[in-house]
Design a protein around this ligand. Structure first.
Ligand code: SF4
Ligand code: SF4
Ligand code: FES
Length: 240
């Protein structure tokens, strides 16, 4: 099998000077199926063991290996070198502080996530077995359940770039998921918590979050659902 070579240019920075990153180039020989993640691990094993990156499953399940590859936000384990030009530019996710090389500090993303209480809230006693849902009820939340918390949407969102306080597409999609979940009993205050310009009303419907999501979650649709729900609540109150 013919071996070809790619030049992988990695934007690197160390913990002490992450404000001044610089590209470092590595020549990586490969056969037909090497992914960008495998190439980075090959660099770690053979050229520079100090290269820092995050990964776990290697199979597009865990969401750990999101980065920017030739300008596109993507999972490194899903992108094959054979589908890229010979020159490959790899950078860390935007909108999050760099810790080292391709590793970003996800704290802001997790804090946003926690703000929407992304779990089932119930006041009734739990049943002895599961709480059943109809297929139609599952349909309403299924795409949001597929989120793997990779932060691709968070990094692609232009509003997030301008306003780090923005709750963000993944967290708002998670709120839409629980608001729409037939088993959830949260009160309407959960909508009030994101009813501001750094929450659901901030989104400019640019849809970058939809473009980059590797799991076909459509966060902007969830945000639109939250807005519709909030407006219906408001109209309902005015009628009373
Ligand atoms: S649609 Fe909204 S959440 Fe999605 S990328 Fe655009 S501004 Fe961000
Ligand atoms: S919505 Fe999609 S892009 Fe955003 S964190 Fe979830 S899986 Fe990743
Ligand atoms: S390593 Fe898990 S998604 Fe890429």
């Amino acid at each position: 099998m013919p071996v070809t070579e790619s030049s992988i240019h990695v934007l690197r920075s160390d913990e002490k000077d992450s404000a001044d990153p610089a590209f470092v180039s590595f020549a990586v020989p490969h056969e037909k199926d090497m992914t960008v993640l495998a190439a980075l691990l090959w660099i770690q094993d053979n050229l520079d063991g100090t290269l820092a990156l995050r990964y776990s499953c290697r199979g597009a399940v865990c969401g750990s290996c999101a980065m920017v590859i030739n300008g596109d936000i993507a999972l490194a384990c899903r992108i094959h070198l054979r589908n890229l030009p010979a020159e490959v530019i790899v950078e860390p996710l935007p909108n999050l502080p760099i810790q080292k090389d391709l590793v970003v500090d996800m704290t802001r993303f997790w804090e946003s996530w926690a703000r929407v209480r992304p779990y089932l809230i119930r006041f009734d006693d739990m049943p002895e077995k599961e709480i059943l849902q109809t297929p139609a009820q599952l349909d309403r939340i299924e795409q949001f359940i597929n989120c793997m918390l990779c932060a691709c949407c968070y990094s692609a969102c232009p509003l997030q770039q301008r306003n780090p306080e923005y709750v963000g597409p993944a967290a708002l999609a998670a709120l839409a998921r629980f608001e729409n979940d037939s088993r959830d009993q949260r009160d309407r205050d959960s909508l009030k918590e994101v009813s501001h310009d750094s929450g659901m009303w901030g989104c400019r419907s640019i849809f970058r979050c939809i473009d980059v999501c590797p799991r076909n979650v459509r966060p902007a649709d969830g945000i639109a659902e939250l807005r519709t729900r909030a407006l219906k609540d408001l109209l309902g109150r005015k009628k009373r």
